[in-house]
Write a protein that binds this ligand. Structure first.
Ligand code: C2E
Ligand code: CA
Ligand code: CA
Length: 590
């Protein structure tokens, strides 16, 4: 019995001790938790952002001090309240939807909002998850990012807006216009692109100063904006004195007409600036999607072409691209306008065509042929622009560029292949009639340290006919230096024997019109025979141009013509292909 009592009391003691230990431990945990909780609360209260917790019914169970201060209430005020009790009405539905999503999906949800008095918040809502893995509430914190947002907006403005007028700049225009285009494409709506150009703006600037000029630009932007207030438009500053309007929803053609008329009306009223009145007028070039282009670049290019035409027109200063297409004569004016400055803009490049000695298969020389990669008109061949350039001094600038570029390239090839082939360039009449023609060539040769005997100058017969004493003297000097001189397209003009006698010449280039079909055309054979005997008489060498077939080649060979230029051997080649061509000619085994 004693043993039983002793055991029982022993067990009791153990039990009491265990219980005591358990309670001490529990107490410690509770204390620790309380301490943690206090630390957590302290931390939450220190954070300068609203923090809140809600239960499953989305009633608030706790908010931090910042949250309470935002509403100017005591913390206890919020216990048991829902968003319907405290949030602005229009936001409640969204808040409840977000909370439910977080509760059910147990996902964290982030979002930005700016509904609160111009303030921006980035909020994070997160699920409160119990030990059993189910969610028992939602917590949230909202960071005030107004300052960040402001600087983001500022940066966006700086990058996308024009500093002077505050409207989108060219970069922004291209992005937004591309977006409008794909929308128009999807909805089947036409869209018009209008470039508005202030007439004589550089004069206004010159006469009245930049301050007035700037004011005119600002006012013009405002007036276009006002004029188009009721249309779906994008307006931006396109360049110095040009604005670009992207007019959406133009299936009804009258939309474009009325919008244009409104712009004109608005701008037509005199501008009042610093007490003075200024009359401003504009030219407009219009292109329409999809008729005049499917992408922004093409539409801008075509609106620009239309604008050029509008600027030249004496009556209407508004032209659509389709009207330009109808004015064939104006294309010339447009090309001429774009030609000046094309050298400076680096839009020209050279192709090179080899001249081959048929007997040896070796390169006898290379002719430089110009090409123009125009942003407005695309790739143009010399026949499209050289005759236009020749009507003004633009040809001189172009010719100077060709000569230097071709000679520099030839020096590169000499360096690469250890051999130099005569480089031929085409000259024009206006160029050789300039008094400094000779000195320019001499200076260039000296400047590049270029051997004169590796330069060949090609002149059309008509140019020879117009040579005066000074020109003859210049060419005489060039020839004495070793420069070769050739008559190009020989036979196409009136053959003037005196030219062959008096002009210092080395070579005749038989025009391709006599070469083509020579084996069958008796007439061509007679002409070529006559040219051969002329060349013999005046001791000139001969080369046949435009040789395309083996039959032509054979006939020329029979007639004793060895030097050949034409597609049969090679078409004009770009620098890389010509380099490869020379390399293969020098090392046929590779
Ligand atoms: P060109 O001086 O008679 O040049 C030869 C033209 O014939 C080149 O046309 C060449 O591509 C083309 N051609 C060559 N072989 C053949 C062939 O086998 N068949 C056919 N059908 N054509 C061939 P491209 O390059 O269009 O030049 C046309 C003209 O433009 C030139 O005729 C020249 O008068 C002028 N030109 C070219 N580059 C310049 C330049 O830098 N300055 C000046 N002033 N005129 C240039
Ligand atoms: Ca030529
Ligand atoms: Ca020719």
């Amino acid at each position: 019995m004693n043993v039983v009592v002793a055991c029982a009391s022993g067990l009791l003691i153990v039990l009491i001790v265990c219980c005591a230990c358990f309670f001490v431990r529990q107490n410690r945990i509770i204390k620790a938790l309380k301490k943690q909780n206090a630390e957590f609360i302290t931390l939450c209260d220190l954070i300068q952002a609203p923090i809140w917790f809600k239960d499953k019914e989305l009633k608030l169970t706790w908010v931090n001090q910042f949250y309470a201060l935002m509403f100017d209430k005591d913390r206890s005020y919020f216990l048991g309240l829902t968003d319907s009790d405290i949030a602005p009405k229009k936001l409640v539905e969204g808040y409840i939807r977000d909370d439910r999503y977080v509760l059910e999906s147990k996902n964290v949800y982030r979002y930005r909002e700016n509904e609160k008095a111009g303030l921006w918040f980035e909020s994070v809502k997160f699920p409160l998850i119990g030990k059993d893995g189910s969610s028992y509430g939602v917590g949230g914190i909202a960071f005030n990012i107004t300052a960040i947002k402001k600087s983001e907006n500022m940066l966006h403005k700086l990058v996308h807006n024009d500093y002077l007028t505050g409207i989108p700049n060219r970069l922004c225009l291209s992005v937004e216009a591309a977006r409008s285009l794909s929308e128009s494409d999807a909805t089947g709506q036409k869209l018009a692109l209008v470039i508005v150009d202030i007439r004589n703006f550089s004069n206004i600037n010159k006469i009245n100063g930049h301050v007035v000029g700037d004011e005119i630009l600002k006012l013009t932007a405002e007036r276009i904006k006002t004029a188009l207030a009721e249309y779906s438009v994008l307006l931006g500053r396109f360049s110095g004195d040009q604005f670009l309007v992207v007019l959406r929803n133009c299936n009804d053609g009258d939309v474009i007409k009325s919008a244009i008329a409104k712009i004109q009306n608005e701008i037509g009223n005199p501008y009042q600036i610093f007490g003075g009145a200024f009359a401003v007028s504009v030219s407009m070039g219009i292109s329409i999607f999809p008729e005049h282009g499917l992408d922004y670049e093409t539409l801008v290019r075509n609106a620009d072409v239309a604008l050029l035409s509008a600027k030249r027109a004496s009556d209407s200063h508004i032209v659509t691209y389709s009207e330009v297409m109808g004015m064939g004569m104006n294309k010339r004016a447009l090309i001429e306008n774009k030609l000046s400055g094309a050298v400076a803009r680096g839009e020209f490049y050279l192709f090179y065509q080899p001249k081959i000695c048929e007997e040896t298969g070796r390169i006898k020389g290379i002719e430089a042929l110009i090409r123009w990669n125009s942003p407005e008109f695309g790739k143009l061949m010399p026949d499209d622009f050289i005759p236009i350039a020749e009507d003004s001094d633009i040809i001189v600038t172009i010719s100077d560029w060709v000569l230097r570029t071709a000679l520099e390239q030839n020096l590169v090839w000499q360096e690469k292949f250890g051999e130099m082939y005569p480089m031929a360039v085409n000259l024009s009449r206006r160029q050789i009639s300039k008094p400094d023609f000779l000195s320019k060539i001499v200076n260039l040769l000296e400047d590049l340290n270029y051997p004169p005997h590796c330069l060949e100058l090609e002149l059309r017969e008509s140019v020879l006919s117009h040579a005066d004493v000074r020109i003859l003297k210049d060419f005489g000097e060039l020839r004495e230096m070793g420069v070769k001189i050739s008559v190009d397209d020989f036979g196409t003009g009136l053959i003037n024997i005196t030219n062959l006698k008096t002009f210092p010449l080395d070579c005749i280039k038989i025009d391709k019109s006599f070469v083509s079909n020579i084996s069958k055309s008796r007439e061509n054979q007679q002409i070529v025979d006559a040219i051969i005997s002329l060349a013999k008489t005046f001791k000139l060498s001969l080369i046949a141009e435009g040789v395309e077939t083996g039959i032509e080649l054979d006939y020329l060979k029979q007639s004793g013509i060895e030097d050949i230029q034409g597609f049969y051997f090679a078409e004009p080649l770009n620098v890389d292909s010509m380099t490869e061509y020379i390399r293969r000619k020098k090392n046929p085994d590779f």
